[in-house]
Design a protein. Structure first.
Length: 94
């Protein structure tokens, strides 16, 4: 029952989240799915670089919204290794 209550509370809190209008643009030059995929893939290196150089960002703003976010997520989880490689190494330890 506790897990269900926590899940409902989490869903209610995340339902309130929104992106500001300045963060989403539909212009032709703004990053979309493919740039999000690339940015997700290079995220670990961009994050390290951003610690030393304030001109390096790990996420493009403005972008095209949901498709950029989806590409970014796929880039981090699938191309960048994400949970896939972690699950393979955990199987060998059991």
């Amino acid at each position: 029952m506790r897990v269900v209550g926590l899940a409902v509370a989490t869903l209610l809190l995340t339902a309130c989240a929104s992106q500001i209008d300045a963060g989403v643009t539909k212009t032709a030059g703004s990053p979309g799915f493919w740039w999000g995929l690339w940015h997700g893939f290079v995220f670990p290196w961009a994050w390290i670089g951003s610690l030393f150089d304030p001109d390096i960002a790990v996420y493009a703003v403005p972008n095209r919204g949901g498709w950029y976010d989806f590409g970014f997520f796929l880039g981090i989880t699938v191309l960048g290794g994400g949970s896939f490689f972690g699950s393979k190494s955990a199987k060998g330890k059991r």
